[in-house]
Design a protein around this ligand. Structure first.
Ligand code: NAD
Length: 487
């Protein structure tokens, strides 16, 4: 039986490539090939650029209100098709349907809706200088590229297209080769909503196609989500024609639990920030620092809830709350980190092994794993693992834990749990991280800018400033007085 084939989406339609080259997409919960995806060959790449140029001419000439109306129609379609889209995301990513159903599509739609609302609010300025004056216009950049990771495929496509398109740009989006379907569904929805062809094109492939986007001289900006190392390569390539970049990269974020915290709440946060999407979330709080006087209480509740409340298995089962890791390769990487943790002297409190749940025996499952007796020099405490692996570390003193929390090259997120309002703010202000939570963890509404400090990123997604980052300012000086010329 031949497998379904996913094509590149160019100029409003699915377009066959000329080379016939394609790659397999595998369901992480079964390790079966579920469909094949055609690679963007030279023909597709050329068409993608030509189409984007045409799309830009039409889209940028429309008023912001007209663009907004189309984006809002797409938002309504995303919400209407939530369940079908959620299922597509589960098959591609291995994450539980109980998450995809209420988070992935919804938070993607929220962001497009937010930027659709902001689009008509973009203002220029005017200022008098002597008898003359100048005014500014906010203009779009032109053709932008988005490159996505595999953990939130459709959501990432929405988060990048929302601000880019609202500001009048067009976007060529390359989803991760592990999860290419969601972006194509979004492209179809945009067309159905009345978006002109060429405004949102989708090209498929791995690093080579990504690299092509980052070096192409007609592309003005690259918004990238992925690993730090890949981000460095993307930035280097983007420098070839001085493209603007946004980098949403990895993290190794601290959660600090003080002795006056509500322990049950803090445990909820630690579990959400380590086991949601089977640990494959960039902002995860994989270093949990707990003040020594409440350490035992915290550990006891954490172990108990992890061992009793987590259900692994077929991610399409609505009762399952821990899904499969994206690939066999990634599974091996996570298991290798767990072995390293054991070798370097950390103690497994619970988990620490590959799991084979009855309902999905061939999937890439790792039991939710908690390490105690960790120290800050261990590899598992220093490096991003991107799996359900939490390290818990005791601390005594506020200043000391701030130093330890900041002792990393990464700076994506951080959390503090404390009932002492002064302490909570004082500590969070000293943490070198771009996305911070007090007595909460993981929420990321469209209105809130998100992005990393240090090696975790450059620029922001969401929030007002992101719309600005997809515009350039044109200053226009208007002479009203006679020109003074020595010539
Ligand atoms: P990755 O860096 O391996 O791949 C990301 C994307 O880059 C893929 O589409 C890939 O095909 C493409 N790519 C690979 N090589 C390229 C090159 N040389 N030039 C251009 N593109 C290239 O990342 P991943 O494994 O897909 O995702 C996991 C990582 O993403 C984690 O580190 C995670 O923390 C990070 N992430 C960050 C955020 C955030 O918002 N900060 C969100 C999600 C994931």
């Amino acid at each position: 039986m031949s497998l379904p084939k996913l094509l590149n989406f160019i100029h409003g339609e699915l377009l066959e490539n000329k080379s016939g080259q394609s790659f397999d997409v595998i369901n992480p919960a079964t390790n079966e090939v579920i469909y094949q995806t055609e690679i963007a060959d030279d023909f597709i790449k050329k068409q993608a650029i030509e189409s984007a140029k045409q799309g830009f001419a039409t889209w940028s000439a429309m008023s912001a209100v007209e663009r907004s109306r189309i984006l809002l129609k797409a938002v309504a379609l995303l919400r209407e098709r939530n369940d079908d889209l959620a299922k597509i995301e589960v098959l591609d990513t291995g994450k539980p349907i109980q998450e995809a159903d209420c988070v992935d599509i919804e938070t993607g739609a929220d962001v497009i809706e937010y930027f659709a609302g902001l689009a008509p609010t973009q203002l220029g300025s005017q200022q008098t200088v002597g008898n003359d004056f100048f005014y500014t216009r906010k203009e779009p950049l032109g053709i932008c590229a988005g490159i996505g990771a595999w953990n939130y495929p459709l959501q990432i496509a929405c988060w990048k297209s929302g601000p880019a398109l609202a500001a009048g740009n067009v976007l060529i989006f390359k989803p991760s080769e592990e999860t290419p379907r969601g972006a194509v569904e979004l492209a179809k929805i945009f067309i159905e909503a009345g978006m002109p062809a060429g405004v949102f094109n989708v090209v498929h492939g791995a690093g080579e196609v990504g690299q092509w986007l980052t070096t192409h001289s007609d592309i003005e900006k690259v918004s990238f989500t992925g690993e730090v190392g890949t981000g460095q390569k993307v930035m280097q390539s983007a420098a070839s024609n001085l493209k603007e970049v946004t980098m949403e990269l990895g993290g190794k974020s601290p959660l600090i639990v003080f002795d006056d915290a509500e322990i049950t709440e803090a445990v909820s946060a630690a579990m959400l920030g380590n086991f949601y999407t089977q640990g494959e979330v960039c902002t995860n709080c994989t270093r949990v620092y707990v003040q020594r006087s409440v350490y035992d209480e915290f550990i006891e509740e954490l172990k108990n809830r992890t061992e009793n409340n987590i259900v692994m298995g077929d991610p399409l089962d609505p009762n399952v709350n821990l899904g499969a890791l994206i690939s066999k390769k990634h599974l091996a990487l996570v298991l290798n980190y767990i072995e390293l943790g054991k070798q370097q002297g950390a103690t497994v409190l619970t988990g620490g092994y590959q799991a084979t749940p009855e309902s999905a025996p061939n999937g890439n499952f790792v039991a939710p794993t908690i390490f105690v007796d960790c120290n800050d020099d261990m590899t598992i405490v220093k490096e991003e693992i991107f799996g359900p692996v939490m390290c818990v570390l005791p601390f005594d003193d506020e200043d000391d834990v701030i130093k330890r929390a900041n002792n990393t090259e990464l700076g994506l997120a951080a959390g503090v749990f404390s009932q002492n309002i002064k302490r909570a703010h004082r500590v969070i202000h000293q943490l070198n991280a771009g996305i911070c939570w007090i007595n909460s963890y993981g929420n990321s509404p469209a209105e809130m800018p998100v992005g990393g400090y240090k090696r975790s990123g450059i620029g922001r997604e969401n929030g007002v400033e992101t719309l600005n980052s997809y515009t350039q300012t044109k200053s226009i000086y208007v002479g009203m007085s006679q020109i003074e010329s020595p010539f």
